[in-house]
Design a protein around this ligand. Sequence first.
Ligand code: FEO
Length: 121
Amino acid sequence: MTTYPIPEPYCWDESFAVFYEQLDEEHKGLFKGIFEVAKDPKSATAVGDLKKKVKDHFAYEEGKMANLDAAYLTDHKKKHSDFVSKLEALSPPVDGKNIDFAKDWLVQHIKNTDFQYKGKL
Ligand code: FEO
């Protein structure tokens, strides 16, 4: 698996495009959500918004992927649920280690895992 660089400032760019409009919009929102937590780790609103955006995105994406290869879908869903478990355990103030983890996770997940559905949904 390739390790991709983390954008700084932390925001979506064209290199993350999956070319499905809603999914790209949601991915932009996830970058923004993590950016907002990084900006103000004490904000319960930012943390709550991020958790909601992540869960909403995973639910939508999993629905779109329902017809893909079962092994890929199972593995992809597990990656989602593992990340949700970690995210749900966080409460403000979120420490830098967890913010860096979330930043890295999203970058690697989109490019290594989400990208596998490009052109197939
Ligand atoms: Fe776009 Fe699998 O998260």
